[in-house]
Design a protein around this ligand. Sequence first.
Ligand SMILES: Nc1ncnc2c1ncn2[C@@H]1O[C@H](COP(=O)(O)OP(=O)(O)OP(=O)(O)O)[C@@H](O)[C@H]1O
Length: 313
Amino acid sequence: MIEARNLTKVYGDKTAVAGVNFTVEAGRITGFLGPNGAGKSTTMRMIMGLDRPTSGTATVNGVPFDRHAAPLREIGALLDAKAVHTGRSAYNHLLAMAATHGIPRKRVHDVIEMTGLTEVAKKKVKGFSLGMGQRLGIAAALLGDPQTIILDEPVNGLDPEGVVWVRTLAKHLASEGRTVFLSSHLMSEMAVTADHLIVIGRGRIIADAPIRDIIAGQGLSRTRVRTDQPDQLQQLLAGTGVTVARQENELLEVTGLDPRQIARAALDGRVMIYELTPLHVSLEEAYMELTKDEVEYHSHITAGAAPVQPGGN
Ligand SMILES: Nc1ncnc2c1ncn2[C@@H]1O[C@H](COP(=O)(O)OP(=O)(O)OP(=O)(O)O)[C@@H](O)[C@H]1O
């Protein structure tokens, strides 16, 4: 379990992390999201003892990282895959890390195999592609067989097979009761990987909830309704907080009522409907809604909202 209590980091006149409180529970995958510059890396670095908090605390299983007797066995982290730029081979790099932490050589072989690096293990790390470097970073994070795993942008640079591998690995680690905390800007990936989300914006926590609650909480859910009496149905559904948009002649899109309420109103008004499809918002849409006022670096070209997929999430 990771706990942040009033965790704050100030750089000069910039407050990167502004007194955040959250708990990352064991046995599930917690995603850490936020716009560029929101404070994710700074928070993760403080948890790992790489940055000293200006005030507040970050603990792992109740103890600050640097007070653990054998930190690598307690917490494994991938924070900056590019940080490993060495003339050593992947195998020797891991072996050196293992040696300084009393980790047996057998474990080095295990993590190399686990991360798909067997073919390149004897090659120099500085020739590695971004994806190979990422796999090596994950191998290093797993070396001490830690109870807590922190991965900052783990799928960055990975090919589709690698992305699925990270997802499967994270789920497996969480199913073993470990604490898994990961950040990613890839919403579609986060949606299928994480159980719980913590969203940070301008150094403050703006959401801390299960993914489905975050999506539902944005109130963006719409329902597509087809009827041969659209005018009558539009009148029947009118009410406070309800929006009915006419898409095509017999097609309406309704916000503010769930499908059951729409069906009930139609039945009571004796209007036949021949399609009723919930349009779930994507995590990306919910996230954009949640963080729209928190984005520090706005792009000048604003893309249209992502299309809503029937039955998607
Ligand atoms: N060493 C530093 N000195 C000064 N300011 C810093 C330092 N590290 C981070 N910052 C600032 O703190 C804020 C938070 O940065 P941080 O890297 O934690 O954000 P992030 O959420 O990880 O962003 P990204 O998604 O772009 O990686 C940013 O405004 C950043 O410029």
